[in-house]
Design a protein around this ligand. Structure first.
Ligand SMILES: [Zn+2]
Length: 311
């Protein structure tokens, strides 16, 4: 070997080795100076992970505005993001029904956390149509969603214990915000005369909301959108609206509005006028940068829309 080249190789080898050691901390605990990379399935979960993670966590939300989690399938990009993440947060209770296999696969490689895990079974609503299944829309009862925030906090502490205190403080602040939101919901819904507290929507996403805040809920579809709406479902709902004299129904941002429009027409055909009372966000947040782009803003939008149409 030429002396010059020999010198170069001898100099380069330790440098390269050192670089490799810095660049690939394989299976080492997370460095305190790096951000935790988290993947969240729904917008509601991503919002909570951002709030609890603050500056310490980089959050990738998979499902954007208008996306239906019941039907959502992972893209190649999603699989890559999940494979590269330190931790994955998903709702569970079969909300993300078509991601089940992928989530099970990820759970063998890294912390993969169902945020619904801390909700005790006795507080879950059992799904009438599917035995042994529960209503997954727990974010609409803020006392349950606070348990999800606690699970997120503990999930972040598991992967980044050094920053435990920051996660605890952020989670406590976010839960206080949810407490204030809970007060807002109760205050506003009280403006609706009791007989008119009936919320009719495209699918049964508001069961926990109804139970927690004292409003009767009726969905054209069941707790999943993963089924066809039949003519009989439409006729039954029309009969219900006519009989109860209900004046407004609500479309959802993540569910096609066609079936509910058929209900409005059906009621008109029987001489009962029903209006579309507005669009609610059920299973997805609104566009980023708009009021409904955050979880708190989305709930406030829903409550304001419901109250304006029913009071
Ligand atoms: Zn849903």
């Amino acid at each position: 070997m030429a002396p010059l080249l020999d010198l170069f190789v001898r100099w380069l080898r330790p440098v390269t080795l050192a670089l490799l050691l810095v660049a690939v901390p394989a299976a080492a605990p997370l460095p305190a100076y790096g951000k935790v990379v988290a993947v969240a399935t729904t917008g509601m979960i991503a919002d909570a992970v951002r709030a609890v993670g603050g500056e310490l966590v980089e959050v990738h939300g998979l499902m954007g505005p208008g996306v239906d989690p019941h039907l959502y399938k992972a893209s190649q990009g999603d699989v890559r993001r999940m494979a590269a993440a330190d931790v994955i947060f998903y709702n569970g209770l079969m909300l993300e029904g078509r991601l089940s296999d992928l989530l099970a696969r990820m759970a063998r490689q890294k912390p993969t956390v169902a945020v619904s895990e801390y909700v005790p079974q006795e507080l879950l609503i059992e799904a009438a149509q599917f035995e042994g299944h529960y209503d997954p829309h727990i974010w609409f009862d803020l006392s349950l969603w606070k348990l999800a925030v606690e699970r997120i906090r503990d999930g972040l502490i598991e992967v980044d214990p050094v920053n435990q205190q920051a996660y605890q403080q952020n989670a406590a602040a976010y839960m206080q915000e949810l407490d204030r939101l809970d007060g807002y919901i109760r205050e506003r819904l009280a403006e609706i005369p009791p007989a008119q507290r009936v919320l009719v929507t495209a699918h049964d996403a508001f069961g926990y909301f109804g139970l927690a805040y004292g409003i009767e809920v009726v969905g054209l579809q069941g707790i999943s959108t993963d089924s066809e709406v039949g003519l009989r479902d439409i006729q039954n709902l029309v009969a219900f609206l006519v009989e109860r004299g209900i004046k407004a129904v609500f479309v959802e941002s993540s569910v096609p509005r066609r079936s509910l429009e058929a209900v409005v027409q059906g009621a008109a055909g029987r001489g009962h006028q029903v209006v579309i009372g507005g669009e609610l966000y059920s299973d997805a947040l609104g566009e980023p940068g708009t009021p409904a782009g955050s979880f708190v803003g989305m709930i406030r939008h829903n409550v304001d829309t419901i109250v304006a149409a029913l009071k």
